[in-house]
Design a binder for this molecule. Structure first.
Ligand SMILES: Nc1ncnc2c1ncn2[C@@H]1O[C@H](COP(=O)(O)OP(=O)(O)O)[C@@H](O)[C@H]1O
Ligand SMILES: [Mg+2]
Length: 255
């Protein structure tokens, strides 16, 4: 099978004097179209891993192959191309530009990639806004939208360049549980229809249980890697419960 994303022996430390070894020899393969959750205690290295996968940051050692291309050998320009055109990002805080409308915000990555906005691009942006349920408000400035609507716009923006991989760092972390569930339904639908790979850091165990795969990070290593496809809801809770027991124990031992 063709490899999509393959990490081998990834290490990452922060700090010069006192070094914090944040990712420790991480090896991991992700297949095309996977909907993958990354879970773990705060400070365990989830965002660091996501940033390395999204080429927002580089590892100190180890290799990251994307479709058999060694990303460590990419030029800065190639890396930027991947970040803007091949990958999409949804963050906890949507980072929409307040002075622009929803439609204009969605078109920004397109404009960066292509220099100008064609009528085809506009049509696609409108179609995406319709898909995420914000088409009625597409000409409203982003500051006039609710939190849930803004996050929907951010999802449309992440998808405008038809990304092969979408990264989410707590994409629903800032939303009430109903809106979070709604947004996650949308992510699942898009994952099914477009076959983009989704890699999502989440603290929400309900959302993690809906993914095809759950990777637990603890102190910079992969503690568990669980496949959930073809499992019933009850079976999913069953196989995930040891991870969440560990997370809970860790919280109570700190507090
Ligand atoms: N830019 C940075 N400089 C120094 N330390 C960092 C930096 N980014 C993250 N860290 C540290 O690395 C560890 C892992 O952080 P992070 O990957 O953000 O964890 P998580 O997302 O699981 O909460 C934490 O101890 C954090 O303080
Ligand atoms: Mg984080």
């Amino acid at each position: 099978m063709d490899s999509h994303i393959v990490l081998s022996g990834i290490n990452k430390s922060y700090g010069n004097v006192i070094k914090a070894h944040v990712l420790k020899h991480i090896s991991l393969s992700i297949e095309k179209g996977e909907l993958c959750a990354i879970i773990g205690q705060s400070g365990s290295g989830k965002s660091t891993l996501l940033n390395i996968l999204g080429l927002l940051d580089v590892a100190d050692s180890g290799t990251f192959l994307y479709e058999n291309t060694d990303t460590g050998k990419m030029s800065d320009d190639q890396r930027a191309h991947f970040r803007n055109s091949v990958f999409g990002f949804i963050f906890q805080f949507h980072h929409l530009l307040p002075e622009f409308t929803a439609l204009e915000n969605v078109l920004i990555p397109w404009q960066i990639a292509n220099g100008s906005i064609s009528s085809k691009a506009k049509a696609r942006a409108k179609e995406l806004l319709e898909r995420v349920g914000v088409s009625k408000d597409m000409n409203n400035r982003s500051t006039n939208l609710s939190g849930g609507q803004q996050q929907r716009v951010a999802i449309a923006r992440a998808l405008i360049n038809n990304p092969q991989v979408v990264f989410g760092d707590e994409p629903t972390g800032n939303l009430d549980s109903d809106t979070a569930e709604n947004i996650f339904e949308l992510i699942k639908e898009i994952n099914r229809d477009v076959d983009s790979t989704f890699i999502i850091v989440t603290h929400d165990r309900h959302l993690a249980a809906e993914c095809n795969r759950v990777i637990e990070i603890a102190d910079g290593i992969i503690k568990d890697d669980i496949r959930l496809e073809q499992k019933t809801k009850a079976e999913r809770w069953g196989v995930l419960s040891p991870c969440y027991c560990r997370l809970k124990q860790k919280v109570s031992s700190v507090s």
